[in-house]
Design a protein around this ligand. Structure first.
Ligand SMILES: [Zn+2]
Length: 178
């Protein structure tokens, strides 16, 4: 299992949901993780990395699926268009369709791998609505388990998040292509 180097340039959305793994929030509190422009947008740079380094689960033609660096629960995925676009109405028909198809497939794969009892799906549009990286839209796929608010902090404290994310990515990527 290759070590995933923790990087504040990997895709992640710090403010969408309540934080459970607070140490990693410090990256954002210190202001290091906020992209300043298109050039250091993590959602633009991730596809240029290997799947392992970029924590990418699957790649489509117009959009891709990536582990959220700031997960609310294990298997918290993001579906992003490759194109740097902020506003959902600005997606092309092809991008819209593939973001939807990848979201459906991601739910199937996460169900098979970790059997959640529910999901939160959605997009935060604009910083005021909770988008941590508002300039490049992304669809959240957050698996939920009954009682997860209680046991997740315990899991979060027992293992380093990057390792957890790397293992999770591998499981999901394998299941994706089954
Ligand atoms: Zn971007």
């Amino acid at each position: 299992m290759p070590e995933i180097e923790f990087s504040d340039t990997l895709p992640g959305v710090p403010d969408a949901f309540q934080r459970l793994w607070t140490p990693h929030r410090m990256v954002y509190i210190n202001g290091e993780g906020k992209p300043k422009g298109h050039d250091d947008c993590p959602f633009c740079s991730a596809p240029g990395r290997t799947d392992e380094d970029g924590l990418i689960v699957a790649r489509g033609e117009h959009a891709y699926v990536v582990m959220n660096l700031f997960p609310y629960s294990p298997g918290h995925l993001l579906v992003c268009p490759y194109r740097h676009v902020a506003d959902y109405p600005d997606l092309t028909v092809d991008e819209t369709r593939e973001v939807a198809e990848l979201t459906q497939r991601a739910m199937q794969v996460v169900r098979r791998v970790s059997r959640p009892t529910g999901f939160n799906l959605g997009m935060n549009q604009g910083a005021v609505a909770g988008a941590g990286i508002s300039m490049h839209l992304h669809q959240h796929i957050v698996p939920r388990w009954t009682g997860d608010m209680n046991f997740m902090p315990v899991i979060g404290q027992t293992r380093p998040v990057p390792q957890l994310l790397g293992e999770g990515r591998e499981l999901l990527a394998e299941a994706w292509h089954d």
